[in-house]
Design a protein around this ligand. Structure first.
Ligand code: UDP
Length: 470
């Protein structure tokens, strides 16, 4: 799994452990570090989380050594090899199940073969979707109805059919998963994913009922019993857990908070595009110019593996903005930053974790989606929740991230930070923050959703328990 899938997995383990359930995370050696420190910390807090490793056969499947995460696969041509390598983990996973005897298996959506493993041991399989209901409903509608076939150019818009809201997209905003032909590896993978969903006990989402009126639509359209048990990021009460999710911060967290403490309320923009997104040097240059032209104070997370990392900064940028800006090279304590009252807006690629973290922090967003289902998440923020402004970006695979101009960036940032309209964005965003908080509190929708799920699982276990399983 990529970071965007592992972080909520860890959060989910913590969440169920906090409700008295023992959780065991199964991962590969390379990815162990994403989980291990937090697990240690939480052990001291009394949460019972274990970790077990399965070897990932990268080289044997024609992948580079250490290619143990989707984001490390060097080209799309090797996607099939990656899927094969994940499926080869089945035997070892089953040995682990035999040994640990869990009551239930929670699987990421991308491992459809775990359905067979759960069936062999007569335990329920739950599928975890680290994305929004909204994007799943939209993606499914596009795959079934193919409305993009009715437009004559990439820039012409089409309406995504059969959704509660009228959502318009262009072909350049469509995930390859939703427009690939029937024979493609992606398409076959999605078919397997859907079939395995149907055979699973429940589908669980990192979302909450009050956020998306698509929960019922999802259940109706896809015929699956779906549960929203989140936002998962809110289960991190411990400050260290909030600060360090997935990787160690590249900045001293206290320094970062001290810097924010010196700023006015809702005045700083936070710019971060998750763990995978790659920009060209010229787009990074344009982004820097846009941030500077906005005149706002900022924290900007620059990935150190980003190409041409040294040369794309506009001349004198860092010197000119040193009073206004904090550049974090590497990994930022994102949730901690978003939760600080000085942060007034989030420039985001709309990865679902980032989107939810922004919503949970009650912050307006400037949306710059780049791939996968991020364009749907953008529409949710800008057109359904109305807590953000879009930049009109396109799929980076087709238009290598070119195209968003500094003027548009500066204008969008100002719209969500300064003036009356910004105040309206902020007020609406705060309402969703409150709803998110209430959802996970005792008696809230996600809290009760999880209670009911745990109750159902315990009933399932007692009805299906054979004497030797007992
Ligand atoms: N993240 C972080 N620090 C960073 C970059 C990302 O903590 O510098 C976390 C972020 O809080 C989120 C996850 O990494 O939980 C990124 O997931 P998302 O779904 O937003 O994007 P992806 O990386 O999958 O594109």
């Amino acid at each position: 799994m990529a970071h965007g899938h592992m972080i909520p997995t860890l959060d989910m383990a913590k969440l169920v452990a906090s409700r008295g359930v023992k959780a065991t995370i199964v991962t590969t050696p390379l990815n162990k570090s994403v989980f291990s420190k937090s697990i240690q910390r939480n052990k001291h807090l009394g949460l019972e989380i274990d970790i077990r490793l399965i070897t990932f056969q990268a080289v044997e499947n024609g992948l580079p050594e250490g290619c143990e995460r989707l984001d490390l696969v060097p080209s799309q041509d090797l996607f099939f090899n990656f899927l094969k390598a994940t499926a080869m983990m089945q035997e070892t996973l089953e040995q682990l199940i035999e040994e640990c005897r869990p009551n239930c298996l929670v699987s990421d959506m991308l491992f459809p073969w775990t359905t067979d493993s759960a069936a062999k041991f007569n335990i329920p399989r739950l599928v975890f979707y680290g994305t929004s209901y909204f994007s799943l409903c939209g993606g499914q509608s596009n795959r079934l109805n193919k409305p993009f076939k009715n437009v004559s150019s990439d820039s012409e818009t089409f309406v995504v059919p059969n959704l509660p809201h009228q959502i318009k997209l262009t072909r350049t905003q469509l995930s390859p998963l939703d427009q690939s032909d029937e024979e493609s590896v992606m398409s076959m993978m999605m078919k397997l994913v859907r079939e395995s969903d149907l055979k699973s006990y429940r589908v669980i989402f990192n979302s909450f009922y009050e956020l998306e009126d698509y929960v019922e639509h999802y259940t109706k359209v896809l015929g699956r019993n779906a549960w929203a048990i989140c936002p998962l990021s809110l289960c991190n009460m411990d400050i260290e857990d909030k600060a360090e999710r997935g990787k160690q911060s590249s900045i001293d967290n206290h320094e970062c908070m001290k810097w924010l403490d010196s700023k006015k309320s809702s005045s700083v923009i936070y710019v971060c595009f998750g763990s995978i997104a790659n920009f060209t040097a010229s787009q990074l240059h344009e982004l820097a110019m846009g941030i500077e032209a906005s005149g706002q104070e900022f924290i900007w997370v620059v990935r150190t593996d980003q190409q041409d990392n040294k040369d794309w900064f506009p001349e004198g940028f860092e010197e000119r903005t040193k009073e206004k800006g904090l550049i974090i090279r590497g990994w930022a304590p994102q949730v901690l930053i978003l939760d600080h009252e000085a942060v007034g807006a989030f420039v985001t690629h709309c990865g679902w974790n980032s989107t939810l973290e922004g919503i949970s922090a009650g912050i307006p967003m400037v949306t710059w989606p780049l791939s996968a289902e991020q364009f749907f998440n953008e529409k949710l923020v800008t057109e359904v929740l109305k807590t953000g402004v879009g930049l009109g970006s396109m799929l980076w695979q087709t238009t290598p991230c070119e195209g968003v101009k500094r003027e548009a960036i500066a204008k969008a940032i100002k719209r969500v930070i300064v003036g009356e309209e910004a105040e309206e964005f902020r007020n609406r965003a705060k309402e969703y923050k409150e709803m998110a908080r209430q959802a996970v509190e005792e008696g809230g929708s996600s809290y009760c959703g999880l209670s009911n799920l745990l109750h159902d699982l315990s009933t399932y276990s007692s009805t299906c328990m054979t004497p030797e399983n007992d």
